[in-house]
Design a binder for this molecule. Structure first.
Ligand code: SAJ
Length: 415
């Protein structure tokens, strides 16, 4: 199948690089976002996402080529790609409002022979039970008049532009012709293997990948708790265990953030609640890690939560959810900062990448964060933090440094 024009709904961390990649390969792309700020920024040739290596450049090339055009509503096209967020609600159920809205926006523009792809991470059966009936309000029948497939994004924030091209891609069609058409579409820029399956399998594959990571991080975090109980250095123990040819323990830390790993396991748990105790427990373990960091701070200062004097300053280094990104949404670092404040401390946070104003008490220099601090806690493993001299962190009065991600690599003792 040939694609002269594609409409991509949602110009976030996935939709924008995807739209730009199609455009720099010569396909006319209409990028649609309901946020006027996003559309306005793109029309000026800029990307509204910072700190993703190479993104600004590819977006600029796409816009300058005349192939990428941003607007707030879709129009007629050969293919439509839905790449909108799928968050969870407070009760941990999937909020499919944005996918529903995007499908409704496409329906009036759907024509016979079109292909529609859902990329948003979604609960199993979303493509056939939610998206298909909405698209069919157009009067066209999926599989008969138009093609429909699910193809999950798998790119790692921080490496999106390399991974979007090189990663293997799964495409699940509602029928074989839809999967084949999806393969034709992504072959425009994907160099990794493209594997075809059915839509519901593809949805489950995506959820399994992120759940695998979440459960394994939970295991690493539980090892850290055990190691603390028995007086073992968890970093040394993991390092040694990973010398086994079939063992690859992940890294403990202050919790799991981002919009994917901490969310997607709930979609599986919601789909089959009675058979997913492990997945739920892993989520609880990871969600409990910020409180553990706060306990570590209290213990290092010989305090318990009840006896924290108001105004005791704690320097918090890092707000982003992981190393070398500027994204502090759903960040365990932010959760730690909020919990520290709740128990009576005065956290001063510093992150060289995260925009000011993301939390109360955020400062824009390391010195301002360290000034008067009674303890330092390193919450994000940004590379720049590794080079801060130990004496700068401990200061004149040998204040404690809590380093749940082992950024300073000072904890490992070898006999
Ligand atoms: N983390 C740890 N220990 C580790 C690894 C990660 O505590 O050993 C923490 C990170 O610090 C962070 C969180 O987990 O807070 C998630 O970070 P991540 O780098 O594991 O993943 P994301 O959310 O940036 O991207 C994931 C990726 N999924 C997998 O690796 C299976 C990516 O490929 C997906 O495309 C992305 O989710 C997504 O959009 O679903």
């Amino acid at each position: 199948m040939k694609f002269d024009k594609i409409c991509i709904l949602g110009l976030g961390y996935i939709g924008l690089p995807t739209a730009s990649m199609f455009a720099v390969h010569g396909v006319k792309v209409i990028g649609v976002d309901v946020n006027p700020h996003v559309v306005k920024t793109l029309r000026l040739g800029e990307a509204h996402i910072n700190n993703e290596p190479g993104l600004h450049e590819v977006v600029r090339r796409a816009i300058e080529s005349g192939c990428l055009f941003a607007q707030e509503t879709p129009e007629l096209a050969d293919a439509f790609v839905i790449a909108v967020p799928t968050p969870i609600r407070h009760d941990k159920t999937a909020d499919m409002g944005m996918v529903t809205a995007a499908a409704h926006m496409i329906a009036p523009h759907l024509r016979p022979g079109n292909l529609v792809i859902l990329e948003s991470t979604s609960p199993p059966r979303t493509t056939i039970d939610l998206v298909k009936p909405i698209l069919e309000t157009s009067g066209l029948k999926a599989g008969q008049d138009f093609l429909l497939a699910y193809s999950p994004e798998r790119v790692l924030p921080g490496q999106i532009l390399r991974e979007i091209v090189e990663n293997a891609r799964v495409i699940g069609g509602i029928d074989p012709a839809s999967a084949e058409a999806g393969c034709d579409l992504y072959s425009i820029f994907v160099r990794g293997d493209i594997m075809l399956t059915d839509a519901t399998t593809a949805e489950m594959v995506k959820l399994m990948e992120n759940t695998f990571r979440d459960v394994n991080i939970a295991l690493a975090n539980e090892f850290a708790l055990v190691a603390e109980c028995i007086g073992v250095n968890v970093w040394e123990a993991i390092d040694l265990a990973n010398r086994h040819p079939r063992v690859k323990i992940l890294r403990p830390g202050p919790g799991v953030g981002g919009h994917c790993i901490a969310v997607d396991p709930w979609f599986l748990a919601e789909a089959a609640p009675s058979v997913t105790p492990l997945i739920r427990r892993a989520r609880e373990v990871n969600d409990g890690m910020p409180a553990r960091v706060v306990n570590q701070v209290c213990r290092a200062l010989n305090l318990n939560g009840a006896s924290v004097q108001a105004g005791l300053r704690i320097a918090c280094l890092g707000l982003a959810y992981k190393a070398d990104v500027d994204d502090a949404r759903e960040s365990p670092a932010v959760e730690v900062v909020n919990l520290l404040r709740q128990v009576g401390f005065e956290p001063r946070s510093y992150d060289p990448y995260v925009v000011m104003g993301s939390v109360d008490g955020q400062v824009d220099t390391l010195d301002a964060a360290l000034d008067g601090a009674k303890a330092v806690v390193i919450l994000t493993d940004h590379r720049v933090f590794k080079n801060i001299p130990r004496e700068v962190l401990v200061g004149a009065y040998a204040r404690p440094v809590i380093d749940p991600r082992n950024v300073l690599d000072l904890n490992v003792t070898r006999v």
